[in-house]
Design a protein around this ligand. Sequence first.
Ligand SMILES: [Zn+2]
Ligand SMILES: [Zn+2]
Length: 392
Amino acid sequence: MDRTGSLSVQPAQAVQVVSSTWQRDSHDLFDFEAHHLNTKTFTVPKSMKCIRSGTDVQMVPEHVPPPAGADPLLRLVQKDGAFWVDKASPSTSKKLWLVVRDLATCGHKLFESDIIKLGRFKFRVRQMVASSCGGAQPELRLDDTGATCCAEAPNAENNSMCRICLLEGSSPEDPLIAPCQCKGSIECVHLGCLRHWVKGRLNLSDNNSGSYFYRPLACELCKAVYPAYVHVGSDRFPLVEVPRTTAPFIVLENMVRDSQQHASRGLHVISLAENKLLKLGRGHESDVRIADVSISRCHATIRFHRGQFVLEDHNSKFGTLVAMKKPRALDPGNSISIQVGRTVLSLTLQPPPDLGHGAASVVQSSTSGDHSCRRRPSMGLGLRSPDEHPEG
Ligand SMILES: [Zn+2]
Ligand SMILES: [Zn+2]
């Protein structure tokens, strides 16, 4: 008799899915403090799709087309003896967001290019530097300004004149450059003159650790965004004279939804030296302050712990979320919660179901409008080291 199967491969398990849906439909937010949620519990023994019509969540077989008007939320895929969580469809469906407060570790280990969502606001982790070895400094680059390091000015033979100081002539230390789309008599400017103007506009605060908010500035005449760096010969200079940042530090980019928010484009450069706790929130003491109703006073923090940057939620009303970049396997010891629009789905792997039942999903209970808060996934394991299952 072949007994290896029973030793090495667990029989198919099931997933307990607890869905909680906020009754309001507002900016894809979910209110973690709401008392009136539509809650449902499912036991899912095989690959299935989760859909929502209004506030009603259902699990349907994978290849059954959803009823008209239903939003696909996610797919649970049973593969290789494990259950995977994936987007409902590769391109069209909503993003899946990991709920940080429900992680068994209560914190998420950040990676570069992670996308964090607080309330309605998103940030991209651009850079994390753990130690001062190597002397790394913040890379002042936003997505669409990456390629615009500008070249030296056209020939000095042209008798080019600086449009700020109106003087001709340049030196290796203070070259004339053409930093934007302006042409003709206003094409050139001294690097020093432009730096002086930028410095006045950016109003970088002075502090010992070198934390600041960097935003790209545009030419007031042609509206072209000035480059972050200027090449002079083989050297590269930052256009902005920024303070030196002490490691460990992190660079977070404000992700801007539309042109109305354009003024807030930029990079938060924040040093966590001397065990500093990075605070994100609406309160005045925040390092990254967002004055918006979807942000709690002390919404989330990032701390540097044992060589890792760890994101933690502080019971914020609208949650701290991290975008799921790829399918994620459910781990027997750790429940996870995933937010899709106004629904949070808590997923827990269960021991094999009673084989006497059929394969259909079983709705165990359904409550709505009661005063109990959302059920958190079980966390029987106590405190553990930060999340060991990065997405990227
Ligand atoms: Zn000048
Ligand atoms: Zn210009």
